[in-house]
Design a protein around this ligand. Structure first.
Ligand code: 26M
Length: 826
């Protein structure tokens, strides 16, 4: 059945027309990339009508809007997702088939919009999908990086970073909105004046550099509800001559400088995940998009409202980690210096408008800007931060008289640094963690002093993921099967997926479920053959760890265990061993030595193991190059085992864990982050849990760590594996190739602590859990129940649930209904 909106004939005509006007070609002559563009413009044309209608409805209803401020939006591809959410995927697929065009091939032409590193950026993307689907007025605000997350090439086993020129062919889904450009100023000095008329203090910034911020809007299509929200990402361009200050006109040097600044600011996403680097350009990026976004939202508010003191009734700002926290002093500046509010009034507005989400307890991720850098780049902002800090410390001293320890711990300005997290907590009306365990650790350890002083601000919002992308789009076979069994209500109400639970006892249903898993493994095996040239057996256990490479995520534990299995197979060829395929995908930050060495190790082990004919293909190791959203969809669908093995207490939540669960892969993991809640939902018997608890880890840490040499000398199999890092087994005889990894575990010479992520400590427990996986898998009846139970119990982990909780507890938005926009293909 064709929906009216995608009447086949009209759609086909539109594609044909687009190919003609864009490329002066016929369908048969067009390249796949050109077809992708033509199809996308035809789809965008339909989206636009709903987009206009949605914004009109928001305007009419004057609904409160959330502004989700984030340095990262890891959107992935738009075409397939838009079609899914327009409920037009199958119609378009058919229409294109009639023109001899394969939609899959067309989709593969689209580069991922990789404007993010990992979990935090992808969470922002899932939230936008849910907000639109749930009819909530929302903007995503971010940066239109010219280069997104680097492309990863593997050369000789090593990661090589290649620039991600994602805009090369043009982005059919964006619209440049020159008319909403805003000026953003950096540096210079602040002159202080009394206004002769009002007698008020005036702060005048002089000798500054500035750039124009130009917004690009991208449509965020809600599922089946005609809502189209906006992701607004800012580009930078130089201030053109005539707009320069009187003083600077004809100043060639300054003109060139501003041109360079504009180019540089939005040039590239910083490819660090969970790591702060203190680069001035990064702070420029932060202030750039925040100042532009705030100016735009204030302007929009003032078009309808007279009293800026009530901004918080119509606007709420969610700060995605501390990266956008400069929003606090910038909003204060705009309210005081531009809108003329008193400090007290401005503070009331700001602290009722801004809320903060914490995504990590990793100390090295905390943003602490050197004061000299901060105050030079943002002189007026720095003055405001000083005043926020001064007033806050008065409160601290009131509450804890004589307790200067409290002051030292909670101050925003301390030891020559601006502590962004402290500012976010002090100014925000809400502080949330991203999983129950994470929030508890924040309250009891990391942010203890703040929690004691202002417990009412703290709350938990366990993360979620969108089932539209990670099931409906990524796993069409399973999606159709589920719809067949329980109807399609799960697409917008994932709690309904629990209706699968009774079917877990139905043998036919289980066989079908496992057959679909098998088909998805065949699809992945084909991808691996094409990209890696490796043959993998889809009947083997697909054990997958895909996520950013980080020591705390412990890819090293996984690969050491594979080395251990290989030793066993070699030593006991007669031993029964269920064939396994271990699959990795991970990007390492470019300067992260140990992470890069781990990638090399994985690839070297893969080389040795995959080419050892004597083990009869029992063990295969695959490293997926350039892990990203688009190939993630294929990986989740094909997984038997979900590796979630972070050191307990370190992974704030994790969201990949939820994507695996949704697709029917039991978790092999530690009691960390959202794993805890996954196990609670699915039952311990349907997961493989191992390792130290978060409390045990924290106890060790508080007592100076543990001694890995105890493990090393008391378990010869572990010792053998660790020694193999140094004996040339995986390095063609080079004894130094993995020396950094070796030292990180045992630390024979350096001063810092050894095995700070408890890899050797947890090794035995991990190996035992892997043994249990094998046993469980051998019993296909049992395994199919476990796998299906994971899908059936995943209802909690939709980002729709997460968003409803943000709305209920923090944002207080109302749903807005949108009638269908004008019909293009009528
Ligand atoms: C900081 C400074 C300079 C450059 C980059 C950064 C930076 C970038 C990304 C710091 C942290 C970044 O991301 C952290 C992150 O992705 N955290 C993850 O957030 C997910 C969503 O809440 C959680 O599920 C993960 O557990 C958490 O690691």
């Amino acid at each position: 059945m064709f929906s009216k909106r995608f009447e086949k004939k009209a759609f086909k005509a539109a594609v044909k027309d687009n190919v003609k006007t864009l490329y002066r070609k016929t369908i048969d002559e067009a390249t796949p990339q050109q077809l992708f563009q033509a199809v996308s413009y035809a789809v965008k044309d339909v989206i636009i009508d709903d987009w206009i209608e949605t914004q009109k409805r928001y305007d009419e209803t004057d609904a409160k809007t959330v502004y989700y401020m984030s340095m990262e939006f890891l959107m992935g591809r738009a075409l397939g997702n838009n079609l899914i959410n327009m409920t037009a995927y199958k119609d378009v697929k058919e229409a294109l088939e009639e023109m001899n065009i394969d939609l899959n091939v067309i989709e593969d032409q689209e580069p991922d919009a990789a404007l993010g590193n990992g979990g935090l950026g992808r969470l922002a993307a899932c939230f936008l999908d849910s907000l639109a689907t749930l009819n909530y007025p929302a903007y995503g605000c971010g940066i239109r990086y010219r280069y997104g997350m680097f492309k990863q090439k593997i050369k000789d086993g090593y990661q090589v970073e290649v620039p991600d020129n994602w805009l090369k062919e043009g982005n059919p889904f964006e619209i440049r909105r020159e008319e909403y450009a805003k000026e953003v100023r950096f540096g210079g000095n602040i002159r202080f004046e009394k206004d002769p008329v009002t007698g008020k203090d005036k702060f005048i910034q002089e000798n500054y550099e500035s750039v124009m911020a130009v917004p690009y809007d991208m449509p965020i299509v809600g599922y089946g509800n005609h809502v189209v929200n906006t992701l607004r990402v800012w580009d930078a361009k130089p201030i053109t001559d005539f707009k320069l200050d009187e003083f600077d006109r004809g100043n060639y040097h300054k003109a060139v400088e501003q041109e360079n600044l504009a180019k540089l600011i939005v040039d590239v996403l910083y490819p660090n995940d969970n790591h702060y680097s203190g680069k001035e350009l990064r702070l420029k990026q932060q202030y750039f998009f925040i100042s532009a976004s705030l100016q735009a939202l204030i302007e929009k508010y003032k078009k309808k409202h007279g009293d800026i003191r009530k901004l918080y009734e119509k606007v709420v700002i969610q700060m995605n980690d501390t990266h956008p926290t400069v929003a606090v002093p910038e909003l204060m500046r705009l309210l005081i210096d531009v809108e003329g509010l008193s400090w007290e009034d401005a503070w009331e507005v700001t602290s009722k408008t801004c809320a903060y989400t914490n995504h990590t307890i990793m100390a090295e991720a905390l943003e602490k800007w050197p004061i000299d850098l901060f105050s030079k780049l943002l002189p007026r902002i720095y003055q405001i931060v000083q005043e926020i800090d001064r007033r806050f410390l008065i409160k601290v001293r009131e509450m804890y008289p004589g307790n200067e320890e409290k002051v030292r711990k909670m101050a925003i300005l301390m030891n020559g640094q601006v502590r962004m997290a402290n500012m976010a907590i002090v100014a925000g009306f809400s502080v949330n963690g991203v999983a129950q365990l994470h929030t508890e650790i924040l309250e009891k350890q990391e942010l203890k002093d703040f929690y004691q002083m202002m417990p009412e601000k703290f709350n938990n919002k366990t993360n979620g993921i969108t089932q539209r992308r990670f099931l409906a789009h990524g796993n069409p076979l399973l999606a159709d099967w589920i719809t067949d069994k329980i109807g399609d209500g799960w697409i917008t109400d994932l709690s309904q997926i629990a209706k699968l639970k009774p079917l877990v006892e139905d043998e036919d249903a289980r066989r079908e479920f496992m057959e679909i898993k098998y088909q998805n493994k065949v699809r992945l095996a084909k991808y691996i053959k094409e990209h890696n040239g490796i043959d993998v057996d889809p009947r083997s256990i697909f054990d997958i760890q895909v996520k950013r490479l980080h020591e705390y995520k412990r890819q090293l534990l996984n690969i050491l265990h594979i080395m251990y299995l290989y030793n066993q197979i070699k030593e006991h060829p007669e031993m029964s061993f269920y064939p396994r395929t271990f699959i990795f995908g991970a990007k390492a930050a470019a300067g992260y030595l140990r992470a890069k060495e781990t990638i090399k190790l994985i690839n070297s082990v893969a080389d040795v193991v995959n080419n050892d004919r004597s083990i009869n293909g029992k063990l295969k190791v695959v490293f997926i190059e350039d892990y990203r959203v688009s190939n993630a969809e294929i990986l989740f669908a094909a997984a038997d085992v979900s590796e979630q093995i972070s050191t307990a207490s370190k992974e704030a939540s994790g969201t990949g864990n939820m994507k695996f669960m949704l697709n029917g892969a039991p978790t092999l993991g530690t009691m960390d982050g959202a794993n805890v809640e996954i196990v609670h939902e699915v039952g311990e018997e349907n997961a493989f849990i191992f390792g130290l608890s978060s409390q045990e880890v924290i106890n060790y840490e508080n007592n100076g760590g543990y001694n890995p040499t105890d493990v090393y000398f008391n378990d010869w199999e572990i010792k053998r594996v660790v020694d193999q890092l140094m004996d040339g087994t995986y390095s063609n005889g080079d004894h130094n190739m993995y020396i950094n990894l070796y030292n990180s575990l045992l630390n024979t010479q350096c001063t810092d602590k050894a095995d700070t992520y408890f890899i050797l400590k947890d090794f035995r427990s991990y190996a035992d859990a892997q043994k249990r996986v094998e046993e469980a898998y051998r019993d296909q009846q049992r395994w199919s129940k476990m796998a299906m139970m994971n899908t059936a119990c995943s209802g909690k982990f939709t980002s729709d649930r997460t968003i409803e909780e943000y709305v209920r507890d923090i944002w207080h938005l109302e749903k807005v209904e949108v009638p269908s926009g004008q019909d293009l293909f009528e």
